[in-house]
Design a binder for this molecule. Structure first.
Ligand SMILES: Cc1ncc(COP(=O)(O)O)c(C=O)c1O
Length: 481
């Protein structure tokens, strides 16, 4: 497909400006030093060419709007479009960050209520909505853990424990916040090896970062013991809330013993995740960590002005300070608020239950033809792999993923978590119909039975770009046309 710069012809326009009806001033007078020596090389296309160009590009997109998208851990679920519409309303989308308090009370109230809802859902004391993604939330959480230990003169706590099944952002965030990371092994059951945890947890432990259910989709049943081990050693429990969609409305991280956490609003609470954004990674804390939350914070007003109920306050001497421009990604927060108001407490629980039901349905249906390394009831996602027989025939996880693309299905997350070779990490989500799940099983089974693995090795053949040489793409990337 041609670039838009390669289309069109000199002088073609998609619009005409009316004749100038005000006196003209020399440009050099208006912006000295900024005048172009030659005109910008912009595409010169007719409206119909521009429309067709961008429509064609949009059709090449793979998204939840046109594909089943069972991307484990990255949760691409269909989200209500009404939320997009509401977030795009001028009152939310157009509010200037420096607007006077009294003009933005509606938006501020919505954010304040969302903080309270999230605290209630997670069993935390308070929340900040400022962080702009899950990984950003982790970094903010780690900085707060550090500030907490330092405030107690506890400067020897320089290690953060991280299970070997953890998402890669966990060690990255802890390291960025100045900690050394210490891996904790998973046992044969896919859960944390308690003996390894006991051996590694001690006076140098600042925190453990844990997602529950873990990235294998398994609930850490010994979470209370884990909490005791870490707390007894003086460490904090950090909850990576990326998988909260499995337990929302059913149980709460705070009740499991977690001290601080982040949420991926863009996974659990509407807004499709992917391509790096837009996202929001609110951070919640128990009471003892509240003073360290980022500032400015939303707080009830003490001004003698009845029209102002909420204000931004900066007066938090122990705060780790500002972590985002203004107050985070408000559009994503508005969508999460709408989602919560629509679902209510019962709906939220049903959402999690349906996500778990769909994952277990696929787990059981797929185990006829695939290996399921931890084959017991899972939460919202599970890991399958090709069988030894398929591998011997030359059918690997990568081939299955590429074959799915030709069948019009986005592949699951592959080769993650790292502790399972050839992992296919499947998360169907609560929003898919039974027919879609059955169709996925049928396609997977067809790929598993393929008599011609060499055809699969050439997949995908229906996409604008075919199978890439992944080594060359990494080692010798071609970054220009
Ligand atoms: C378990 C887990 N933790 C953390 C993250 C990081 O979140 P984000 O991509 O919003 O930075 C993800 C992302 O998918 C995740 O699956």
């Amino acid at each position: 497909m041609k670039l838009i710069y390669e289309k069109g012809g000199t002088g073609r326009r998609t619009f005409q400006l009316p004749a100038c009806d005000v006196p003209q001033r020399p440009l050099a007078e208006l912006c000295p030093g900024l005048i172009r020596e030659r005109p910008a090389e912009l595409p010169e296309v007719a409206e119909v060419e521009a429309v067709r160009h961008f429509t064609a590009l949009s059709r090449r997109n793979s998204s939840v709007d046109n594909n089943f998208y069972p991307l484990g851990s990255c949760t691409m679920k269909y989200n209500p479009k009404i939320n997009e519409k509401i977030a795009a309303r001028e009152g939310f989308a157009g509010v200037h960050p420096y607007v006077e308090f009294f003009r933005a009370q509606g938006t501020m109230k919505l954010l304040y209520r969302l903080e309270r809802y999230l605290a209630e859902i997670c069993g935390m004391h308070s929340f900040t909505l400022a962080p702009l993604a899950g990984a950003h939330g982790e970094f903010v959480g780690m900085r707060m853990a550090r500030a907490y230990h330092e405030s107690r003169g506890d400067r020897e706590r320089v290690e953060v424990l991280i299970p070997d099944a953890a998402h890669g952002t966990n060690p990255a965030s802890a390291a960025l916040a100045g900690f050394q990371t210490v891996p904790v092994k998973s046992g044969a059951d896919g859960l944390i090896d308690l003996n390894d945890l006991r051996a590694k947890c001690g006076a140098r432990t600042a925190a453990i970062m844990l997602t529950n259910p873990n990235t294998l989709g398994l609930f850490e049943t010994e979470i209370a013991t884990i909490a005791d081990i870490v707390h007894d050693a003086g460490g904090l429990l950090y909850y990576d809330g990326a998988n909260l969609n499995a337990i929302a409305g059913v149980c709460r991280p705070g009740d499991m013993g977690f001290d601080l956490m982040h949420l991926n609003l863009h996974k659990t609470f509407a807004t499709p995740h992917g391509g790096g954004g837009p996202g929001a990674g609110p951070v919640g804390v128990c009471e003892k960590l509240d003073p360290f939350l980022p500032a400015p914070r939303l707080a009830p007003s003490d001004l003698a002005m009845p029209e102002i109920e909420l204000v931004w306050k900066n007066d938090y001497p122990q705060s780790i300070g500002r972590v985002a421009t203004f107050y985070g990604n408000i559009g994503v927060c508005v969508k999460a608020y709408c989602y919560l108001r629509t679902l209510g407490a019962d709906g939220l629980r049903e959402m999690a239950e349906n996500a778990v039901l769909a994952a277990n349905y696929l787990r059981v249906k797929l185990r006829d033809k695939f290996a399921v390394p931890f084959d017991r009831p899972c939460m919202h996602e599970f890991v399958a792999t090709p069988t030894a027989e398929m591998l011997a025939r030359g059918v690997h996880t990568l081939d299955l993923a590429k074959g799915l693309i030709d069948a019009g299905i986005h592949p699951p997350t592959i080769y993650f978590p790292l502790i399972v070779p050839e992992a296919l990490m499947i998360e169907p989500t609560e929003t898919e119909t039974l027919e879609t799940l059955d169709e996925f099983v049928a396609v997977m089974n067809r790929l598993a039975d393929t008599a011609a693995p060499e055809e699969l090795h050439r997949a995908p053949i229906t996409t604008p770009v075919g199978r890439l040489d992944q080594t060359a793409a990494a080692r010798r990337p071609k970054l220009t046309a």
